[in-house]
Design a protein around this ligand. Sequence first.
Ligand code: HEM
Ligand code: NFK
Length: 282
Amino acid sequence: MTAGVREIEASVRTDFHNAMSYGRYLDLGRILSAQHPQSRPEHHDEMLFIIQHQTSELWLKLVLHELRESRRLLDADDLGKALKCLARVKAIQRTLTEQWSVLGTLTPREYAQFRGALGSSSGFQSCQYRAVEFILGNKHRRMLEVFTSEPEAHQMLATLLEEPTVYDAFLRALARAGYDIPRDILDRDVTQPWVFREELVPVFQKIYESEDTPWGFYEACEDLVDLEDNFQAWRFRHLRTVHRTIGFKTGTGGSSGVDFLKRALDLTFFPELYAVRTEIGR
Ligand code: HEM
Ligand SMILES: N[C@@H](CC(=O)c1ccccc1NC=O)C(=O)O
């Protein structure tokens, strides 16, 4: 063995003319040629900005895939598998939130040097982000307006707007298991954003306090709280990153910027799961 060199074992495959290879399986040719900095002359840090967004979009694609599957499994009363999907979503969310530290290395001056090249593009136009918000209950029909120039994105969001949320699916599963969920909640207009329903608080109190609650229901409640917590942590890190990078400048998407993003922190997906905390142990 040559010092400092790892010999390639004789069995290791090196010819991929007629066999599946790493690059082809992952379609890396396309993924790795999809970074197109717009600044002229090209600004070194624009690559970071593009890759941070592209990796976030890839993870969002998987989050959506898992949330759709968890909803399907809840509809099929396969709670154990639904929880496995939610656990994966939670792990991805932690990665997405930690990823802000990479963008945190972009200074305000560096960003200002290529911000003009972004034109009117903005994360506000992220179809997958909006899709995740929709499937978790933050429905908002007017958000579709942003996507009239992108028919596929528009269609995906229109479909999700009309479909029940993960929370709707969970409440329906609870009703089938015998929990007292009011009929009008189960039959609600799912195109509307979720609004707080007082009657669900005692249902969740029973789940949390009863000795004979099936463990899966208890765990599902906690998973949904984790999910919302993680979502808020992402929103908060976004807000802080925006604040340290552009201060109080207005956004490229046309909003007021930091102030607009701050208001997103008041949004909640599962308000009853938080409200029940006040009641527990009383
Ligand atoms: C320096 C980095 C960033 C800055 C300065 C920034 C700034 C902003 C601003 C000002 C908005 C409000 C909409 C507007 O008027 O443009 C916004 C929205 C948004 N951004 Fe960013 N952003 C940054 C990075 C990111 C990254 C890495 C993502 C990841 C995908 C992202 C996703 C979003 C999303 C999803 C929204 C819509 C949020 C909502 O509707 O509440 N942003 N951003
Ligand atoms: N809204 C940002 C621009 C921005 O961050 C952005 C631009 C293009 C693609 C994604 C973006 N990310 C999040 O909004 C700004 O006002 O500087």
